[in-house]
Design a protein around this ligand. Structure first.
Ligand SMILES: NC(=O)C1=CN([C@@H]2O[C@H](COP(=O)(O)OP(=O)(O)OC[C@H]3O[C@@H](n4cnc5c(N)ncnc54)[C@H](OP(=O)(O)O)[C@@H]3O)[C@@H](O)[C@H]2O)C=CC1
Ligand SMILES: Cc1cn([C@H]2C[C@H](O)[C@@H](COP(=O)(O)OP(=O)(O)O[C@H]3O[C@@H](C)C(=O)[C@@H](O)[C@H]3O)O2)c(=O)[nH]c1=O
Ligand SMILES: [Mg+2]
Length: 294
């Protein structure tokens, strides 16, 4: 595997892939204005013009609340746009790795979600991502859809950076304690994507294709995650910040979010022998890096 084409320029997963690509693997990032998921012509033309061994579709409309007021834009990029990428991957005959989300589920199940569990997005972002999954499955058999969740990293915008910023001028931050999920470091996602791409290029086994859940090991509420962020920051000399554990109803947002976002990663382990590190370890190293960079 010599070259991977990845969609997006500054996103968390794109940036992590660029950082983690080993010597000898070129990571070619495609982004706006030239590559725009909103334009079928642009997607086809850019992807056709690069010679690559695999494609990672890491670009998406990811603003969960904003999507509620422009659902058609989200649908166009995450639904139709993903379909254009899949169509081109099939034409070029290269494997496609696509990222999806825990927000395709409604969150009412009382255990971690498995791949075959019924979907039922609670909001416009989740609906658009579910449409993307359908487009990918219909247009490119040589593909994997990796549902991940609660992604943070040293790059882009994410919950860890938000908490560290809020903690700079507050002693206490209120954070919802009744939404459960799996915090996932984009750098761990990148390592796994590289291994998965390598496997797909060399192994036609249909068992390696389809939908897989892929998140950091272990579960947390957003409040648990915030507490871990502030503990990691305090261990590096930042002033202590308390987390006030609040209910979802105390933190009104335009989008409804699943109460249970936990994903079961057993299928990925069984078929690929891949497991992401425990969330607390990866979170601690990310906080360390963000603080040391200052
Ligand atoms: N963030 C999260 O918590 C989670 C994310 N995911 C999924 O993982 C994937 C990666 O997410 P993440 O890295 O966090 O995303 P980011 O929000 O960090 O980055 C989004 C990327 O998409 C690009 N993009 C947006 N619109 C377009 C468009 N019309 N044409 C081309 N590129 C576009 C952005 O481009 P530009 O660089 O130009 O700004 C950016 O590079 C996405 O599919 C997302 O749905 C799944 C679960 C959780
Ligand atoms: C900033 C803040 C957020 N919250 C809550 C709101 C929300 O329920 C939760 C997380 O806030 P965020 O805005 O980071 O969450 P959100 O943007 O919904 O994160 C989601 O992004 C998309 C792209 C995904 O695919 C999901 O997996 C998930 O990571 O924390 C607080 O309780 N207090 C706060 O001060
Ligand atoms: Mg957000």
């Amino acid at each position: 595997m010599k070259r991977i084409a990845v969609t997006g320029l500054t996103g968390q997963v794109v940036s992590a892939l660029i950082e983690r690509a080993p010597k000898g693997v070129e990571m070619l990032a495609l982004g706006r204005p030239r590559f725009d998921l909103a334009s079928r012509d642009a997607v086809l033309a850019s992807l056709r013009s690069v010679r690559c061994d695999a494609i990672v579709n890491a670009a998406a409309y990811t603003q969960v609340d904003k999507a509620e007021s422009e659902p058609d834009v989200a649908m166009r990029i995450n639904g139709a746009g993903a379909g254009f990428v899949a169509e081109t991957a099939a034409e070029l005959g290269v494997p496609l790795l696509h990222l999806s989300t825990d927000y395709v589920f409604d969150g009412t199940l009382q255990r971690p979600y498995r791949e075959e569990d019924e979907t039922g997005p609670a909001g416009a972002y989740g609906r658009s991502k579910l449409e993307g999954e359908k487009q990918i499955a219909a247009r490119c058999a040589n593909s994997v859809i990796l549902r991940t969740a609660w992604v943070y990293s040293p790059f882009g915008a994410n919950f860890v950076k938000t908490m560290l910023r809020l903690g700079e001028d507050r002693d206490e931050v209120g954070v919802v304690a009744d939404q459960l999920g799996n915090p996932t470091n984009a750098l761990d996602i990148a390592d796994a994507l590289l291994a998965i791409a390598q496997r797909l290029v060399g192994d036609p086994n249909p068992g390696l294709r389809g939908v897989f859940h892929m998140t950091g090991e272990g579960e947390a509420s957003w409040a648990d995650m915030a507490e871990a962020i502030f503990a990691a920051a305090a261990a590096r000399g930042r002033k202590p910040v308390r987390v006030r554990r609040i209910a979802t109803s105390d933190y009104p947002t335009p989008a409804r979010r699943p109460a249970n976002s936990r994903l079961d990663n057993a299928k990925l382990k069984a078929h690929y022998r891949i497991a992401l590190p425990p969330w607390r370890d990866s979170l601690d190293s990310c906080v360390g890096r963000l603080i040391e960079a200052k």
